[in-house]
Design a protein around this ligand. Structure first.
Ligand code: PGA
Length: 252
C-alpha cells in the first residue's frame, strides 16, 4: 500500500501568530482522523516553531517549500538541504510551478536540488504539470514526462522507489478555482506511473505516492482522491483554512 499524503502548501502567507493558530486548530481537527500523512509546508522561518507545536505527533509533519542546489557557502538568502536536515525537516517541495515561473527554475537545476535533498535524507515532493497552452495543444503528457525525465530519471530505482514523492499540478488549475476533472487527474497520474515503470519497473512505479494539486477543496477532494493512481493532494489556498483543510484530510 502506498503512503497517502495530504500536504498543505502555505506559500508566502500568514504571520507567525496566524500560522501557530492554524496549526493549533489542525491538531484539534485532524489528529487521529486518518492514516494519511499530513504535511504542513510552511515558510522557512516557521518550520521550527510549527514543528515545536506539533511535538512528537506521528501523523502531522512539516515541510519546506524549496531548498538550494548548493551545499553551503556565499549564497545570501538561500537555505540548504543540510540546514533542513539539521532541523529534522522530513520533506521539501521542489519544482513548484511558481518557482519555475517566477524564479526561472528549470529541470536541470531541479535535478541538482533533488540530489541535494536526497543526499541529506530530506524527501523531495517533486512538482510537475503543464501550463494551459500546452494542455490546449494536447502535448501535456509529453511535457510532464519530460519534466520527470529531466529531474528524476538520473536517480536509481531504489532511491525513487523509497524516497521521492511526486505531485502533478496542472498550472492552469493552481489558484484558479478551476480544478482538473477527476478523470484528467487519474489519466495523468497513470501516464506518470507508466512512464516510471517503462524506465525502472512496475514495482518502483507502484511504490511512488503521486499527489494531485490545483484547486483541491473540501468539495472535490473525495472524488479526486478516489482515483486508483491519486495518492493524496498538494493543497494551496484551502490549506490556509483549518476547516477546509481538515475536511480535505478526512476525504482521503
Ligand atoms: P491551490 O494551489 O490549491 O491554491 O490551487 C496548489 C499549489 O500551488 O500547490
Amino acid at each position: 500500500m502506498r503512503q497517502k499524503i495530504v500536504a498543505g502548501n502555505w506559500k508566502m502567507n500568514k504571520t507567525l501568530e496566524e500560522a501557530k493558530a492554524l496549526t493549533f486548530e489542525l491538531l484539534r481537527l485532524v489528529d487521529g482522523t486518518t492514516k494519511a500523512k499530513v504535511v504542513l509546508c510552511t515558510p522557512f522561518p516557521y518550520l521550527l516553531p510549527i514543528k515545536e507545536l506539533l511535538g512528537d505527533n506521528k501523523q502531522i509533519k512539516v515541510a519546506a517549500q524549496n531548498c538550494s542546489e548548493h551545499e553551503s557557502g556565499a549564497y545570501t538568502g538561500e537555505v540548504s538541504a543540510a540546514m533542513l536536515k539539521s532541523m529534522d525537516v522530513p520533506y521539501v517541495i521542489l519544482g513548484h510551478s511558481e518557482r519555475r515561473q517566477y524564479f526561472g527554475e528549470d529541470g536541470k537545476l531541479l535535478a541538482k536540488k533533488i540530489d541535494k535533498a536526497l543526499e541529506h535524507h530530506v524527501t523531495p515532493i517533486f512538482c510537475c504539470g503543464e501550463p494551459l497552452e500546452i494542455r490546449e495543444k494536447g502535448t501535456h503528457e509529453e511535457l510532464v514526462k519530460q519534466q520527470i525525465e529531466e529531474s528524476l530519471f538520473h536517480l536509481s530505482g531504489e532511491v525513487l522507489e523509497h524516497h521521492v514523492v511526486i505531485a502533478y499540478e496542472p498550472v492552469w488549475a493552481i489558484g484558479t478555482g478551476k480544478t482538473a476533472t477527476s478523470q484528467q487527474a487519474q489519466d495523468m497520474h497513470a501516464v506518470i506511473r507508466k512512464h516510471i515503470a517503462s524506465k525502472y519497473s512496475q514495482t518502483v512505479a507502484n511504490s511512488i505516492p503521486i499527489l494531485y494539486g490545483g484547486s483541491v477543496g473540501a468539495a472535490n477532494a473525495k472524488e479526486l482522491f478516489s482515483n486508483p493512481d491519486v495518492d493524496g493532494g498538494l493543497v494551496g489556498g484551502a490549506s490556509l483554512k483549518s476547516k477546509d483543510f481538515s475536511e480535505i484530510v478526512k476525504a482521503i
